[in-house]
Each structure stands twice: as structure tokens, then as C-alpha cells.
Design a protein around this ligand. Sequence first.
Ligand code: TXA
Ligand code: MG
Length: 313
Amino acid sequence: MTRTLAPDAAGITEAAGLLAKGELVAFPTETVYGLGGDARSDTAVARIFQAKGRPSFNPLIVHLPDLAAVETVARVSPRARDLAAAFWPGPLTLVLPVIEGTVSPLVTAGLPTVAVRVPAHPLAQALLRAFGGPVAAPSANPSGRVSPTRADHVLEGLGGRIAAVLDGGPCAVGLESTILIADPEPILLRPGGLPVEALEAALGMKLATAGDGDKPTAPGQLASHYAPEAAVRLNATSAAPGEVLVGFGPVPGALTLSETGDLVEAAARLFQMLREADSMAGPGGRIAFAPLPEKGLGRAINDRLRRAAAPRP
Ligand code: TXA
Ligand code: MG
């Protein structure tokens, strides 16, 4: 059962308490409703992907109440600081260098950067302050469906799959935030609720768009960011000599994604296991992964593993 929480002090306290327990709470922002989970918790973030049925681990936007809070998870350059002063709170997301260890690697999809945003909606503000930590939140719709701008849209798509929705009525902007890589040169990753002209005026320059020239259109396509040092073999049921086997369910390994075959646990551990297996394998080493079912979160995990195993450029 998904509970609908009223937009009052009791509803906000309830919502913050659920987030603190690692549960998922949909909440209104000025752009669209977000599906929020504790960005520090691997399990909460894995549950976000599970609830949305996303077939791949796109990195998620981290929501914080103000610039000071943003500085606890990301390194804020002078340019980013200027943009924050001009447009936060509001529908601008900045991609900045992450401070390692401050958010789950599932949030950043293992990238060295994190997307951060300070939403303007008073309920989002109140929730973020009551919770007191970073909240990862993609739009609160099943993967491939349109973004929700009302609490009943959220319930239509995700009812029964999340703990609660904080009902703040319709969203004002109705379009996701504009996403910008701030440095070393600004690159527009996604046009959105903040007009590009406003950004260009503040920056005093025309913006390059991801997809221009050889810029990648989505970070998920940066295969190199996903690759461990070691060579990766998939669908292994035992370790070849010299290989570090990462098991799953009935296939035991030196490490395991989940002994019980739990896909939420496997997703939550994925990036940590890639790292650990990589350091165990050492220079020129090899890693093998046990097979995972191609269903639910298994699809996203397998997508990530196929990228890790792809031939290097
Ligand atoms: O308006 C919005 O931004 C809504 C509300 C809920 O705040 N959120 C939203 O989140 O649209 P989401 O997860 O659907 O958008 C995430 C997108 C990714 O697909 C990716 O393009 C970009 O943000 N992104 C996130 N982290 C990134 C990173 N480290 N580097 C580059 N792009 C990143
Ligand atoms: Mg979306």
C-alpha cells in the first residue's frame, strides 16, 4: 500500500522518517514529482531503480536544500557558484565533481561526478530540511512513461511499489530541470525547465550541447567510465585459473553480489563489488561474474556488466 501524505507538518515528518528508514517517498518539486530515496544508502537507491523498472543504471540527480548542503557532496567551482547564486533554488541541475564516499556509487553510476539540484518547491524544501541528507530522485514514473506532475499520476504508475507520496498538488513547471556540466567548459546535457537563453545570458556565452561533435549524449554511453581495469567475463559458473569470481545466488565466488540471489541486494553491492574485484584481481587481472536473471533489476545489472565486459577502445 502506498500512503498519500498531506502537505502539512505531520506529512513532512512522516515522509522524512520513511526516507530515514531507507523507504521511497515521492514528493513534488517545481518541475515534476521525484521518486526520493536516501542518496547515501545503496539499498534505497537500488529500490529506486527497482520501483521504476529501469533497464539500466542511469545516474540520478541528488536533491539538497541549499548550496551549503550541496557542498557536502560536490566540489563547487567558481562558475558553479555563480550559477547557483543566479538560479537556485530552481530548475537547474549542475553536474559537479563528487566528493567520494558521500553518496552511493549507484547514484553516480560509478562516475566521478554527481548531478545536484536545489528545488524551489516549498514542500521539497521542507522535506529536504526535515530529512537532513541528500535525496536521490528521478522522476516518479515507471521507466519509459511520462513524468508525473500530480500525486495521482504517481499513484497510477507506482502505487503499491513505494511507501508514500507527499501530495503537493500540480507541479508549476511540468518539465524536468535543465542539466548542465559546469566545468571545464559548460555543456548542456538536457534542456529543461530553465530556459537555455537564461543560462547563456548568465554565462555570457553560447552553450555547447551534448551530442555536438564527439561529446557523449548520455553518461551511460561513456563505456570507459564503467570499465574496471581487469578484463571481465560474464555468465561464469566457476573461476578459471587466476580469475576472481563474483558469485550470485547458487554460484559461490571469492566475492558475491548476493548469496541469497536477491536482486536488490545485488544492485546495491554492484559498484562496490566491481571495485573490490578489480583490486583483488590486480594489474592485468581477470574478473568473472556469475549469471543473473534477465528480469527486474537483473536487466539493469546485466546491462552494466555487459558494458564492463565490452572490448576497450
Ligand atoms: O526536474 C528534475 O530534474 C527531476 C525532478 C524530480 O527533480 N529529476 C529528474 O531526474 O529528472 P532523472 O533521474 O530523471 O534525471 C537524471 C539525468 C540522467 O539521465 C543524466 O542524464 C543526468 O541526469 N545525470 C545525472 N548524473 C549525471 C552525471 N554524473 N553526469 C552526467 N549526467 C548526469
Ligand atoms: Mg525521467
